[in-house]
Ligand binder design. Structure first.
Ligand code: PLP
Length: 391
């Protein structure tokens, strides 16, 4: 569909990938196709199933446009849309495992990924071992004869460990396992999973791709070798996102580059400013020199997004509440990747099993939105002042 393969620059691909205006009477955007039934002109056509579209669940031109754009941007072979980021993860996992198999999952994964492994996969007889996200090539020691899949997420949810994906992939492939990566944080722009040995990439498109906090959407992208397995599972599970949400994904994608540039710049400005604040014990942001993930981030990534964490010096719950409750710009709530700034208290202590998370003070995850960064600083500064009043 796309005529842009000769253009290798991401900014150009973002604008042109997956678009074919001539096919839609010149209209720039692929229309929202709604529908279940697709008519066949003849009995012979029905028997041959010779149309590009056969049933709404199996794809529409709107779905194809976003799938083609995402596969092209990430450098994969094929993309499959799902109704949420979590369903993209569960589809990828189910595509490669059978009863009796073993999988390795990073201890820093998005918590609902863990829940799926510990409930559904466990019930179906698949054993999960959680591993230290910083294990690198040491993961070879955890491979068993039944290890089919290694799940990675880099940087890790909430705690931002940067994984040595090439080293992990090499060990996994040597043992015959498939490598799946949750690449949501970097987006298809800042980390190219297929250049680093990943076989299957997943995104919560809900975050930066949709980019406006107005839809839920997921995507699984595969290399050539894994495409058939994911296609089969995706089809069998009956996953199809709503047409409006797919359209919002397409619409968000076109501005992903400029949005991310601002998210990146504001997050780094805030992180540097926070690092100098007396209230802050630690800033966790892999794009900052000195961060424990910085060297690998610098080697493998081409940018950073707007999400990072800080650890505060010990404060009372009341003082923390005084800071958080009256912030004017930073909202408190789940998800991220929209235009707005967010702040969320996090506590990974309760669910890690392979590693421990130990800090003296409370941790906060921040999403730098598209507001003026000086206004964001002032909002946090006023929060710190409220906090100080209560000690
Ligand atoms: C939000 C998130 C998901 C899940 O996406 P949903 O669209 O909310 O289901 C998966 N992975 C990461 C890293 C996320 O932040």
């Amino acid at each position: 569909m796309s005529k842009t393969t000769k253009h290798s620059k991401s900014a150009t691909r973002l604008v042109h990938a997956g678009r074919d205006p001539r096919r839609f009477d010149g209209f720039v955007n692929t229309p929202i196709y709604r529908g279940s039934t697709v008519l066949f002109p003849t009995f012979a056509s029905l028997l041959a199933d010779d149309q590009p579209y056969s049933y709404g669940r199996n794809g529409t031109p709107t779905v194809d446009a976003l799938q083609a754009a995402l596969a092209e941007l990430e450098g994969g072979h094929a993309s499959f849309l799902t109704p949420s980021g979590l369903s993209a993860i569960t589809t990828a996992l189910q595509s490669f495992v059978s009863s009796g198999d073993h999988i390795l999952v990073s201890d820093s994964v998005y918590r609902p990924t863990r829940r799926f492994c510990d409930t559904v996969l466990k019930r179906f007889g698949i054993v999960t071992t959680y591993y230290d996200p910083l294990i690198g090539s040491g993961i070879a020691d955890l491979m068993t004869e039944r290890t089919r899949l290694v799940f990675t997420e880099s940087p890790g949810s909430q705690t931002f460990e940067v994984q040595d994906i090439p080293a992990i992939a090499q060990a996994a492939h040597a043992a015959g396992a498939v490598v799946v990566m949750d690449n949501t944080w970097a987006t298809p722009l800042f980390f190219k999973p297929f250049d680093h040995g990943v076989d299957v990439s997943v995104h919560a498109a809900t975050k930066y791709i949709v980019g406006h906090a107005d839809a839920m959407l997921g995507v699984v992208t595969t290399n050539e070798a894994t495409a058939a397995a994911v296609a089969k599972t995706h089809d069998a599970l009956g996953l199809c996102p709503g047409p409006e949400d797919v359209y919002l994904g397409l619409r968000g994608l076109r501005t992903l580059g400029v949005r991310l540039r601002q998210h990146q710049a504001s997050a780094l400005t805030l992180a540097d400013w926070l690092a100098e604040r007396p209230e802050v014990a630690q800033v966790i942001h892999p794009a900052r020199p000195g961060d424990r993930g910085h060297d690998i981030w610098k080697r493998d990534f081409t940018g950073s997004s707007g999400l990072f964490a800080i650890v505060l010096k010990p404060v009372s719950r009341e003082a923390l509440a005084a800071m958080l409750d009256d912030l004017e710009l930073f909202g408190m709530g789940y998800s991220w990747g929209g235009y707005e700034s967010l702040i969320l208290p996090i506590d990974p202590r309760g669910y890690r099993t392979a590693t421990t998370w130990q800090t003296e003070g409370p941790a906060l995850r921040l999403h730098a939105g598209l507001e003026d960064v000086d206004d964001l600083k002032a909002d946090l500064e006023a929060g710190f002042e409220r906090m100080a009043l209560l000690g």
